[in-house]
Write a protein that binds this ligand. Structure first.
Ligand code: ZN
Length: 291
């Protein structure tokens, strides 16, 4: 019989697990989200990185018939999805995170690596989603996992945490002793031949939660090795996927589909009493597994 990650162990003695999904937007149907996460959210919450005003550029999350039109699509124009998300949040199945503002830029540059009005975009996008979906947002996930100093500054000014990692070249202050302490810790971990980053990174003015991509180019073995490394230090493991990609095959001939890889990781999390499954926002803001 399946052993659930219930209260057999005190919370502080369990590895923290979460699921992050990027790209929910005007273009998402409730059916697509349910197909991806209907079963999974029976076991634990899924943290959705939501785009408030998706611009129909070239992202794969944009349906082909809209791709390259560059029109702007506010989330509230998809009322069926709004109702579905509000219900899911109220039931504790979904957490809402902020995933850029427009997501796609006409100059094809990742939205939060430059530009002039990023502070406004974070502030307005957050308020819009919070009002529309009736929830509080704690985490910002940059489109294409790319951020720069201006983007990170906007996130910090809003009092949000980062889903993903910036690093010294992409926004950590080189004048902060915390930045260098985190950097040294990660360097010695890698020098010791360890994989992944199984902690929350505390940069003083914000925290970051590294994601482990579950995509066509990932392998189950690599993610399992990172999960094991998180278990070895009673750390943190965040699986990061896209609902629109779960049916895709792996680019590796010997690997299961993206969705099957995610299912395997989830099975390992929920069948292990040493693991507690929480939302991304709860882990990044409250975790004590911090460097
Ligand atoms: Zn995205």
């Amino acid at each position: 019989m399946l052993r659930l990650s219930n209260n057999e162990q005190p919370l502080e003695q369990r590895t923290q697990f979460c699921v992050r999904d990027d790209d929910t937007s005007f273009f998402t149907t409730p059916d697509a989200l349910e197909l991806a996460y209907g079963e999974i959210t029976k076991w634990g919450p899924v943290s959705l990185a939501v785009v408030p005003f998706h611009r129909a550029g070239t992202s794969k999350g944009v349906p082909e018939r809209f791709r390259g039109r560059w029109s702007i699509h506010p989330l509230h124009e998809n009322q069926a999805l709004v109702s579905h998300l509000r219900l899911g949040v109220a039931q504790g199945r979904f957490e809402i995170m902020l995933h850029g503002y427009y997501h796609d830029e006409m100059n094809h540059r990742p939205e939060f690596t430059g530009g002039e009005d990023l502070i406004q975009r974070v502030s307005d996008g957050r308020k819009y989603l919070e009002d529309l979906l009736g929830t509080a947002i704690r985490v910002f996930v940059p489109p294409r996992n790319a951020i720069g100093p201006k983007g990170l500054r906007a996130v910090v000014l809003a009092g949000l945490h980062l889903g993903g990692t910036a690093g010294l070249r992409k926004g950590w202050s080189p004048f902060s002793t915390r930045s260098w302490a985190v950097w040294r810790c990660l360097r010695s971990w890698r020098k010791a031949g360890r994989v992944g980053t199984p902690w929350i990174l505390d940069l003083g003015d914000h925290r970051e939660i590294p994601g482990n991509a579950v995509t066509p180019s990932s392998t189950l073995q690599q993610n399992e090795a990172i999960f094991q490394s998180a278990l070895s230090v009673t750390g943190v493991f965040c699986a990061a996927a896209h609902y629109w990609e779960l049916g895709s095959p792996s680019i590796h001939a010997d690997q299961p589909t993206v969705g099957e890889q995610l299912q395997c990781l989830i099975y390992q999390a929920r069948s292990n009493p040493q693991v507690v499954w929480q939302s991304v926002g709860q882990i990044v803001s409250e975790s004590k597994r911090v460097v």
